[in-house]
Design a protein around this ligand. Structure first.
Ligand code: C2E
Ligand code: MG
Ligand code: MG
Length: 585
C-alpha cells in the first residue's frame, strides 16, 4: 500500500466537463493548498480512464454527469480501475439521491458543487485518501499476519484449497506440513513477549529460506506455522525439505545478546494420498504433528491412517454415528431469526444435535467433522433437510405461522451429493414450496468456483430456495463470488458481532459487511447477538435481522412450538400480516 508523506504533493485527477467549474475549483484549491495539491484536469471519462492508466494519482475527483457517462455509472466505471485510489464525487445540490447512490457504490466522499471553499475541498480529499488507506489496511489485516508478514489462517486455507485444485488438475501431489515450535512458551515466559515475537519473525525468515519460490508458508497463530508444497514428486522430496527445516530452526537464535534454542515438530500429509480435501489434510497434518510431540519432539513424521485408527474412541464414535439415523438419535433444535425493525420472526435455523445412546446431547462441532471425514455427512445431511421441512409442514398443520427454515449444508455435502435433487425430493415429499427453505453455505464452498457449484446454486434458486452465506467474513470474502453466485443473504459471523461496538476493527468490518450487502441488494443478518448494545449498533447501521441468545437460544421442537404460538398471538393482534404457507406444485 502506498502512503502519502506530508512532504509530497497530492496528485489529483480531476474529471469535469464544465470549464468554468473546473477553473473555479482549481483556483480555490490552489489558493488554499498551493503546491501541496497538483491537479490534472480532463473533461470526459474516456480521457480520465486513459490518464489513470499512464500516470499515478492519489485521488480521483469527478463530476457525475460527463459527456460520455452519466450518474452512478461514472463511479462504477472508475472503480473498475481505481482499486487502490479513492474516488471523490462532485455533485450539484439537487442530486441528493445520486450522491447517496455513489457513496454506497464505493465512492469515498462527495463534494457539493458551489457550496464549498478550497479548505473544505482539500479536507475532503485528504479524508478520502485516509479512508481508502484504512480500507486497504483492513483488507491486508484480513489476509496477513501482521507480525511476520506471512499469510494468516484464512489466506492459508484459501491458498491450500487453490493448491489442491491445481494439483488435481495437473495430477500432481501436494504436501502439507504443520509446524509447531517445541518449548516456545518457555522462551516467551523467560524472555518476554517482545523477544518471543522477534524470535517468531526470525523463524518465519528461516522457514522461507528452506523453500522454493512457489512453496507457501503461513502462520496460523502463536508458534504454529504451515508449509504447503506443490508438485511434490515423492514423499522423499517432502522429507528432505522437512529435514532442512528441522536443521534451520534448530540453529541457535540470538535474542537480546543471548543464544536460545527451539526445535520444530512437523507433521506431514500428502494430497491426494491421505485425504481429498483441505479439512482432512489439516487434521491429518495436525495428528502427525502431535505424534512427533508425543514421541519426544524435534523432527517430522508423515501421517498414516493408523494414527487415526489408534484412537479407539474415534472408531467407536464412527460406528455409533453410522447407526444414529436408524436409531432416531439425531434431533433438530431451532433458533429464531428476528427482524431488527419489527422484532417479528423471520424464520428459524435448524441446528443438529446427536442424542447418543446412554450419553449426553452432542453439539455439531463434536461429530460433524467425523461425519465429513467418513462421508456419513451425506445421509445425515439428507435426514436434516427432510426432518426440518417435515417439521415446517407439521407446524403449518397446527395452524402456526408458516415460517421458513434454514439448513446448514457442509462443503462435502455440497460437492458430493446432488444437492438440488435431494432438496427437490424433500420439498415434494413435504409438499412445500421452495420459499420455505434456505440453505446456509460457507464461503469455502464458493471458493471452488466451479461450473458445478454455480449450476447447483442456480437450480436451488429455480426451486425458490434461498441461499445464505454463513459465517461471512471469516473466509475468503470476495465481491467476485458474491456477484457470480445467486446469493440472497449474508450472515455476519458472530466473531465480529461479539466485540461490537467496543472493538473498532470488528465494528468497521460489521459496518462494511452491512454496506456491502446493501450495495449488492442482499439481505444481511447478524449471528450471535447477545447484548442490547450489539443490537443498538446493528440497528443504527441498518442491519436487517439478527439471531442470538438475546432473542432466543436454539429451542427444541416443543419449545419452538410454544414460541410460534406466541408469535401467532402477536400476529392476531395485527402487528403484521402472516405469511401464508404456499403449496408446492
Ligand atoms: P452456525 O450455522 O454458524 O450456527 C450458529 C451457532 O451459533 C449454533 O451453534 C448456535 O447455537 C450458536 N449460537 C446461537 N446464538 C448464539 C449467541 O448468541 N452466542 C453464541 N456464542 N453462539 C450462538 P451450534 O448449534 O453448536 O452449531 C455449530 C455449527 O455446526 C453451526 O454453525 C453449523 O455450521 C454446524 N451445523 C449445525 N447443524 C448442522 C447441520 O445440520 N448440518 C451441518 N452440515 N452443519 C451443521
Ligand atoms: Mg448456520
Ligand atoms: Mg454461522
Amino acid at each position: 500500500m502506498q502512503t502519502i508523506e506530508p512532504a509530497r504533493a497530492v496528485n489529483i485527477l480531476f474529471i469535469e466537463d464544465q470549464a468554468d467549474i473546473a477553473a473555479l475549483i482549481r483556483r480555490r484549491l490552489s489558493a488554499h493548498a498551493g503546491a501541496g495539491m497538483v491537479i490534472t484536469h480532463v473533461s470526459d471519462l474516456r480521457s480520465g480512464l486513459a490518464a489513470l492508466k499512464t500516470a499515478a494519482f492519489d485521488v480521483v475527483m469527478t463530476d457525475l454527469n460527463l459527456p460520455d457517462s452519466r450518474g452512478v455509472e461514472t463511479v462504477h466505471r472508475l472503480l473498475k480501475i481505481c482499486r487502490y485510489i479513492p474516488v471523490v464525487v462532485l455533485s450539484a445540490v439537487d442530486e441528493d439521491q445520486a450522491i447517496l447512490d455513489t457513496v454506497e457504490s464505493g465512492a469515498q466522499e462527495y463534494i457539493v458543487k458551489g457550496q464549498t471553499d478550497g479548505h473544505v475541498i482539500a479536507r475532503t480529499i485528504r479524508q478520502a485518501i485516509k479512508r481508502k488507506q484504512a480500507e486497504l489496511k483492513l483488507r491486508r489485516l484480513a489476509h496477513y499476519d501482521s507480525l511476520t508478514g506471512l499469510a494468516n489462517r484464512s489466506q492459508f486455507r484459501r491458498r491450500l484449497e487453490q493448491a489442491l485444485e491445481r494439483g488435481a488438475r495437473r495430477r500432481s501431489s501436494v504436501a502439507l506440513m504443520m509446524i509447531d515450535l517445541d518449548r516456545f512458551k518457555a522462551v516467551n515466559d523467560t524472555l518476554g513477549h517482545q523477544a518471543g515475537d522477534r524470535m517468531l519473525v526470525m523463524v518465519a525468515k528461516r522457514l522461507r529460506s528452506c523453500l522454493r519460490e512457489c512453496d507457501k508458508v503461513a502462520r496460523l497463530g502463536g508458534d504454529e506455522f504451515t508449509v504447503t508444497l506443490e508438485e511434490v514428486q515423492s514423499p522423499d522430496q517432502a522429507a528432505a525439505i522437512a529435514q532442512k527445516i528441522v536443521e534451520a530452526i534448530s540453529r541457535p537464535f540470538l535474542v537480546g545478546g543471548q543464544e536460545f534454542y527451539v526445535t520444530p515438530s512437523i507433521g506431514i500429509t500428502l494430497h491426494p494420498l491421505d485425504g481429498d480435501n483441505a479439512d482432512a489434510l489439516i487434521r491429518n497434518a495436525d495428528t502427525a504433528m502431535y505424534r512427533v510431540k508425543a514421541g519426544g519432539r524435534n523432527g517430522f513424521k508423515f501421517f498414516t491412517p493408523a494414527m487415526n485408527e489408534l484412537t479407539g474412541e474415534r472408531l467407536r464414535m464412527q460406528a455409533a454415528l453410522r447407526q444414529a439415523i436408524d436409531r432416531n438419535e439425531l434431533v433438530l433444535h431451532y433458533q429464531p431469526k428476528v427482524s431488527l425493525h419489527s422484532g417479528r420472526l423471520r424464520g428459524v435455523e435448524a441446528l443438529l444435535r446427536w442424542q447418543r445412546a446412554g450419553g449426553r446431547l452432542l453439539a455439531p462441532a463434536e461429530f460433524i467433522p467425523l461425519a465429513e471425514d467418513t462421508g456419513l455427512i451425506l445421509p445425515i445431511g439428507e435426514w436434516v433437510l427432510k426432518a426440518a421441512l417435515g417439521q415446517i409442514r407439521r407446524w403449518s398443520g397446527l395452524g402456526l405461522p408458516g415460517t421458513r427454515v434454514s439448513v446448514n449444508i457442509s462443503p462435502r455435502q455440497f460437492r458430493q451429493c446432488d444437492l438440488a435433487a435431494v432438496v427437490a425430493s424433500a420439498l415434494s415429499q413435504t409438499e412445500l414450496a421452495g420459499g420455505h427453505l434456505e440453505v446456509e453455505i460457507t464461503e469455502g464452498v464458493l471458493m471452488d468456483d466451479t461450473e458445478a457449484s454455480v449450476a447447483t446454486l442456480k437450480r436451488l434458486k429455480d426451486l425458490g430456495v434461498g441461499i445464505a452465506i454463513d459465517d461471512f467474513g471469516t473466509g475468503y470474502s470476495s465481491l467476485h463470488y458474491l456477484k457470480r453466485f445467486p446469493i440472497d443473504t449474508l450472515k455476519i459471523d458472530h466473531s465480529f458481532v461479539s466485540d461490537i461496538p467496543h472493538d473498532h476493527d470488528d465494528a468497521t468490518i460489521t459496518q462494511a459487511i452491512i454496506g456491502l450487502a446493501r450495495n449488492l441488494r442482499l439481505n444481511v443478518i447478524a449471528e450471535g447477538v447477545e447484548t442490547k448494545e450489539q443490537l443498538a449498533f446493528l440497528r443504527a447501521n441498518h442491519c436487517d435481522a439478527g439471531q442470538g441468545y438475546l432473542f432466543s437460544a436454539p429451542l427444541d421442537t416443543a419449545q419452538m412450538t410454544g414460541y410460534l404460538r406466541r408469535e401467532r398471538v402477536r400476529t392476531d393482534l395485527g402487528e403484521t400480516t402472516p405469511q401464508p404457507l404456499a403449496r408446492h406444485g
